[in-house]
Design a protein around this ligand. Structure first.
Ligand code: SAH
Length: 248
C-alpha cells in the first residue's frame, strides 16, 4: 500500500484535473490556505477530486483573498472505488457527523440512510453528510468519496439492493454467537452492512430484513452498542474478515 503524505494539507477540489492546470479556489478555501495555514507563493498542498488520483499543487495567490492551485504532478493514482454499501438509520447532529466520517474512514463506498420505525430523524441534510465525507477523506488520505444516497424507507432500501449483494444485518436481538466464523464462511460477494437506529429495529422490521434472501444476521457481541459505535465495530469486523483488510 502506498503511504499517503500526511505532512501536507490535503484538499478536495471538485474540478477536472490535468497537468499544469490552474484551478481557481473558492473564497473559503483560499482564505484557509492563505490566512489560516499561511501558505505563501509556491507553497504546496495535495489535492484530489475523487476521480484523477492525488496531485501535488502549488499555491498561486492573487491578492490577499483569491488564489489558484497549479497542478504540478500526480502523487498517487486513483484507486478502485470501494463497493461496500453502508445502510444506516440516521442519527441526530454530531453523532451523524461522526458516523458519516467513520464510515468513510472505514472504507464505505456508498452511504444509504434508511428510515425505520424508530428512526428519530426524518429529513437528512445531504450536503452536511457530504461535507463530513469530504472532511474524513481529506484527513485520512482517502481518494475516492462514497456515493451519498438520499434517505429511503427501510423496505425500499432493501428492495433496491441487488439480490446478489450480501446484506450483513447487525441485529442487536441476536443470541450471542461469534460473527467471525459466520462471515468467514460467506462466498465472495458484494457487501452491504446495516445498522439500526438508537431505538433498535422492531420485530416486524427484523422479520422483513431476515426474509430477504442473501442476508446474514450477525451479533456484535454481548453488549448493546450505541449506533455510532456499532457502525465502527461492524465495519472493522467486515473489513477484517471479508473486506479489504483481508487483502493487505
Ligand atoms: N435500543 C436498542 C439498541 C439499538 S443499538 C436496544 O436496547 O435493544 C443501535 C443499532 O446498533 C442496532 O439496531 C444494531 O444494528 C446495532 N447494534 C448495537 N449493538 C449490537 C449488538 N450487540 N449486536 C448487533 N448489532 C448491534
Amino acid at each position: 500500500m502506498s503511504v499517503p503524505d500526511f505532512a501536507r494539507y490535503r484538499l478536495f477540489l471538485d474540478q477536472p484535473f490535468s497537468a499544469g492546470a490552474a484551478l481557481p479556489l473558492e473564497r473559503e478555501q483560499a482564505n484557509y490556505l492563505l490566512n489560516v495555514l499561511r501558505l505563501r507563493v509556491d507553497g504546496t498542498v495535495l489535492v484530489f477530486n475523487g476521480r484523477d488520483g492525488e496531485w501535488l499543487a502549488r499555491l498561486v495567490p492573487e491578492g490577499r483573498k483569491q488564489a489558484n492551485l497549479e497542478l504540478v504532478r500526480q502523487t498517487r493514482p486513483q484507486p478502485p472505488a470501494s463497493d461496500l454499501h453502508y445502510l444506516f438509520a440516521p442519527l441526530k447532529h454530531a453523532r451523524l457527523d461522526y458516523m458519516a466520517q467513520k464510515a468513510v474512514e472505514m472504507g464505505a463506498g456508498l452511504l444509504q440512510p434508511v428510515l425505520t420505525r424508530r428512526t428519530q430523524v426524518s429529513r437528512l441534510n445531504l450536503d452536511r453528510l457530504r461535507a463530513n465525507a469530504i472532511e474524513a477523506a481529506e484527513q485520512c488520505g482517502i481518494l475516492s468519496l462514497p456515493a451519498i444516497e438520499p434517505e429511503r424507507p427501510l423496505d425500499a432500501a432493501l428492495s433496491d439492493l441487488a439480490p446478489e449483494r450480501l446484506l450483513i444485518f447487525c441485529d442487536e436481538g441476536l443470541a450471542d454467537a461469534s460473527p467471525v466464523p459466520a462471515l468467514a464462511q460467506c462466498k465472495p460477494a458484494p457487501l452491504a452492512v446495516l445498522i439500526g437506529p438508537e431505538g433498535g429495529f422492531d420485530e416486524a422490521e427484523r422479520t422483513l430484513i431476515r426474509a430477504r434472501p442473501n442476508t446474514l444476521p450477525i451479533s456484535l457481541g454481548p453488549r448493546i452498542l450505541r449506533a455510532d459505535t456499532a457502525a465502527v465495530a461492524a465495519l472493522a469486523l467486515v473489513q477484517a474478515v471479508v473486506g479489504d483488510w483481508s487483502r493487505i
